[in-house]
Design a protein. Structure first.
Length: 445
């Protein structure tokens, strides 16, 4: 009988299987305080502005995107008032010149609430929803565009989490934002991500919540405990030198966005959220996009949550009845229990990231000579509660990290496994057991 030879057969290597990170006590308390009624009230209020089209009135106090902008600004400011000065709120405005889907220079305003980190203020995580809306004709700025699912649902999650995080100090900074101009071409988030890049902000994770309002598919079936997470592979900012390394030894599924997606599964699939995160290894759905792409284009790891099966009769549609069927993005099609569970998933992600150490920096795999072992090197982080590092690895054909080896508070280690046969990564761990996203090593030579 033929038996294939394998020096390091799966499951025979050092370490233990990777296990999920359970929510800590503070996080469990926060999860219990997520308020479905507040989420519903936010979606109802946003839908009641009639339209929130980016080209709609900015001065009408009742109808249009200007009224929605002012209401959101006031909501986030009220939340910041409970933060003891740790949260600041900004209306981030700029004029978008004439561009595709922008026929005249138009002021676009993002609402940005920044919860400043207590010990690592430059290290930043971002959660967004977009508050602009649309109907069938993307240039129609007068018809009713309630945008309940797309994307009052995402804005409601960002606002509810801002409320609960505001009273809880975090190590790193979290930005809770409601952006505009998404439907016209991601203009608000593009400006926002560029501003952060220009300011040298170390964004280590960005999560767009866009169309997270319904668990009901177009055929009427329900998937109330699944959320999709789209995670890009090769970063759009990859340099020719990085491409050459990837083409030689792989890594096309080890971008920072994919490592972020793996962390989301690690920290957010549990009894508290009652959710499964279905990670999809592509940037977004066919013909569609969202604000995480703006962050990817600045070299930041951005990923996108969206509901499990969309009903396209309820998105980007004129509100109407046709042959007895209701079309339109109406509040009545939202599932607020579902949105609340997606909020819990996001809370697990943001809390775990903001309380964990930084993703390890300058991680290298020693390629100075040919060996059947693996030596990894990295820079030590500066966090006061840093406990040490873990090496993770997996078969090259596996989608997720499978084994973890605790290596202690060191900056180099040698593992008795061939770097030719598996993929390795390094993550940092603090004294409370919070672990960072994994850093994928680059060759040392
Ligand atoms: Zn959207």
């Amino acid at each position: 009988m033929f038996k294939p030879a394998a020096a390091d057969p799966p499951g025979s290597g050092p370490g233990r299987p990777v296990r999920p990170q359970a929510p800590d006590r503070e996080l469990r308390q926060l999860l219990r305080e997520i308020d479905q009624n507040r989420i519903e009230a936010t979606v109802q209020r946003l839908a009641a502005f009639g339209t929130r089209h980016t080209l709609s009135s900015q001065t009408d106090p009742v109808r249009g995107i200007g009224a929605a902008r002012d209401w959101l600004l006031a909501q986030f400011q009220a939340v910041a008032g409970t933060s003891g000065g740790r949260m600041t709120v900004e209306a981030q405005s700029f004029v978008q010149p004439v561009s595709p889907r922008i026929p005249a220079p138009t002021t676009i305003t993002n609402i940005v609430a920044t919860l400043h980190g207590q010990s690592a203020p430059n290290r930043t995580y971002v959660i967004s929803g977009h508050y602009d809306s649309r109907v069938t004709d993307v240039m129609n700025f007068t018809s009713d565009a309630p945008g309940a699912d797309d994307d009052a649902s995402g804005v409601a999650v960002a606002l509810e989490l801002a409320r609960l995080f505001a009273t809880r100090p975090t190590e790193a900074t979290i930005i809770f934002t409601a952006v505009a101009g998404e439907e016209q071409g991601l203009y608000g988030s593009a400006f926002q991500a560029k501003q952060l890049k220009a300011a040298g902000v170390d964004v280590q994770g960005m999560v767009s919540n866009d169309i997270i309002g319904s668990s009901t598919a177009d055929d009427g079936s329900r998937n109330p405990h699944i959320v999709r997470l789209f995670a890009d592979g090769v970063p759009p900012t990859e340099t020719p030198a990085q491409a050459a390394v990837r083409q030689a030894v792989g890594g096309e599924s080890d971008s920072p966005a994919r490592q972020l997606a793996r962390l989301v599964q690690d920290v957010a699939q549990n009894e508290e959220t009652d959710m499964r995160v279905r990670v999809i290894y592509r940037r977004d759905r066919y013909l569609r996009g969202s604000d995480h792409i703006s962050y990817l284009q600045q070299g930041y790891p951005g990923v996108r949550f969206t509901e499990p099966v969309e009903d396209f009769a309820h998105e980007h549609q004129d509100t109407r009845v046709e042959n007895g069927k209701q079309f339109g993005d109406l509040v009545e099609f939202c599932d607020f229990g579902y949105i609340t569970r997606v909020a819990k998933v996001n809370a697990c992600v943001l809390w775990s990231l903001a309380q964990a150490p930084s993703t390890p920096r300058n991680v290298k795999i020693d390629t100075s000579m040919l060996t059947n072992q693996t030596t990894l090197l990295w820079d030590r982080g500066t966090e006061a509660d840093l406990a040490g590092y873990e090496v993770v690895y997996r078969e090259t054909t596996d989608p997720r990290w499978s084994q973890v080896i605790a290596v202690g508070d060191v900056t180099t280690t040698t593992i008795d496994l061939s770097k030719d046969n598996v993929f390795f990564g390094v993550r940092a761990v603090d004294r409370d057991g919070h672990h960072s996203p994994v850093a994928f090593p680059v060759p040392s030579t």
